[in-house]
Design a protein around this ligand. Sequence first.
Ligand code: SF4
Ligand code: SF4
Length: 216
Amino acid sequence: MKEVKLSLDLADRMGQIYKEMEKGYEQVAVQLKFSCDGCPDNCCDSWFQHHTFVEWAYLWLGFCELAESRQAEILERSRLFISGSEQALARNERPELMCPLNENGRCILYAHRLMVCRTHGVPATMQRPDGQRLNFPGCFRCQELVERTFPDQLEKQSVVPRVERTLLLRRLAQLENELMEGRRHLYPRIKLTIAQMLVKGPPMIATPHCERGRTL
Ligand code: SF4
Ligand code: SF4
């Protein structure tokens, strides 16, 4: 097996995509006068799975910058998260457990947090490769705000500001493919929580046949 590592260039471009996601989010949040301030909820206990090697590798870069004792604490919480979520899933319930990277309501790896952590909240839209358009209404609190601000249903369709995610998601997919040297389709799909990623360590893939036996 070999580790999937981000080059400096790829890490830089990943960081750029994340920044642009945040910017798009902020613009819509300002237009809607929406913020998380005073929210009784904390989205970091939402059940999300993640799907790319590139985000996993970027998260791992941040994790490696932490002191070993900190890493050990996070891994311990991650194991508890995994067993707790397995129990909930066995009961056919959606797990609701705090992310192991959240401490006292704050994200320890804020600069390395994943796409969904940066985009959940405000309404968004994207076009799938097959042309179908998907609309995301935003979190419950933002939906309430939209209901109050745009009570006319028809008006809501066209006037509500939304983040357009299509181009950034395409760039993310392109980066993923570059990281996997144009062979992303040959590798397994990923469907992992942050806790599972951290416990597994860095992303690893089977060594290609042409590289087996080669000494590094
Ligand atoms: S995104 Fe919405 S639900 Fe989550 S913390 Fe912010 S306001 Fe609350
Ligand atoms: S990575 Fe950070 S922002 Fe994302 S769920 Fe975990 S604690 Fe929250």
